[in-house]
Design a protein around this ligand. Structure first.
Ligand code: NAI
Length: 332
């Protein structure tokens, strides 16, 4: 059976080729992302395997169905880029990797938090140029600070546990309470209270119609002056121009993002020789107190191995007409 990969990178090949030894599927890798411009390439394929920025809307799904595609396999957890209703109508099964390594993303969130706070990225460059001055590198103790976590699912919970280890007070907002976290001392509060009481706010809820632009002028105003805001979830949770205003007037003092609403034109590509036609990200990157990473929260050896293994196992089960062991891997 053939599987056509979109947005494939060298590391995808490494891990999928390795785990495919067990299945013997015919794997074809395309570097381009999936969208209306390339959906025709799925001619004769049974399975397409996509990633976070592939556009799998109704238009694309119609073409995939015409070309004979029976399974869309997402090699990621989030699925806001796929029109599940359109897939259901066309009789296409859709699977994802619900949990590959929540620790990977939680740990990257902590890396961003520590970098913004202790400015290790600046210290690294300074020392290499024999500048051993500490001016401008002052941080603050995390111990005793209040960390607000929005979304305490798998990643949010892993992040809460790490921050408890730092000696922080952890408060959280979620539409569903996690009793195990409460036992650890995480306090659930309403969204406005979490926004107004936190020194550091980290977003870990999914992007959907309720959470789109959750962070905007109105919610930014509720935050403490000098707050640190981190988003490793999905770019659409934040109205970026509103955060730029809050950075300019120093209401937000630190801003770290691993995801960006318009990231599909930028992330996972080497654009070092190009003129970037996105003034918002360029403005963001001009602030000394902003850290942008290009959607690398998931990017650990353990996570990539798990992604390849779970994706191929789900495809194998669906192709055989059975269901994968992990029910939450199936979206349609
Ligand atoms: P999860 O499904 O385990 O947890 C999401 C949590 O958000 C749940 O507890 C849910 O109740 C809560 N939630 C849903 N709607 C909410 C709302 N309106 N307000 C507050 N909370 C709400 O998901 P998981 O695995 O923890 O992933 C979280 C997000 O992280 C994903 O949706 C994905 O977008 C992102 N992600 C980012 C990665 C990266 O590389 N940066 C990698 C993997 C996931």
């Amino acid at each position: 059976m053939k599987i056509l990969f979109f947005s494939a990178k060298p590391y995808d090949r490494t891990f999928f080729d390795l785990h495919n030894e067990r299945y013997g599927f015919e794997l074809e890798y395309l570097e381009t992302h999936l969208g209306p411009h390339i959906a025709e390439a799925a001619q004769g394929q049974t399975v397409v395997c996509v990633f976070v920025n592939d556009k799998v809307n109704a238009e694309v799904i119609t073409v995939l169905a015409e070309k004979g595609v029976k399974i869309i396999a997402l090699r990621c957890a989030g699925f806001n880029n796929v029109d599940l209703e359109a897939a259901r109508e066309k009789g296409i099964r859709v699977c994802r990797v619900p949990e590959y390594s929540p620790q990977a993303v939680a740990e990257h969130t902590v890396a961003m938090l520590l970098t913004l706070n202790r400015k290790t990225h600046k210290a690294y460059n300074r020392v290499r140029e024999q500048n051993f001055s500490l001016n401008g590198l002052m941080g603050f103790n995390l111990h005793g600070k209040t960390v607000g976590v929005i979304g305490t699912g798998k990643i949010g919970a892993a992040f809460c546990r790490i921050m408890k280890g730092f000696g922080c007070k952890v408060i959280a907002y979620d539409i569903a309470i996690n009793a195990a976290l409460q036992e650890l001392g995480v306090e659930y509060q309403d969204l406005n209270t979490v926004l107004s009481n936190s020194d550091i706010i980290s977003l870990h809820c999914p992007l959907n119609e309720h959470t789109h632009h959750l962070i905007r002028a109105e919610t930014l105003q509720k935050m403490k002056k000098g707050v640190m805001l981190i988003n490793t979830s999905r770019g659409g949770l934040i109205n970026t121009p509103d955060v730029i205003d809050a950075l300019k007037n120093k209401h937000v003092d630190y801003f770290g993002i691993d995801v960006y609403e318009q990231e599909e034109k930028l992330f996972f590509k080497d654009l070092s020789e190009h003129i970037i036609d996105d003034d918002t990200i360029q403005r963001l990157m001009s602030f000394p107190n902003v850290l942008v990473t290009a959607h690398q929260g998931f990017f650990t050896d353990e996570a990539l191995s798990e992604i390849a293994q779970v994706t191929l196992a789900s495809i194998d089960a669906l192709a055989k007409g059975t269901e994968p062991a992990n029910k939450s891997a199936i979206l349609v």
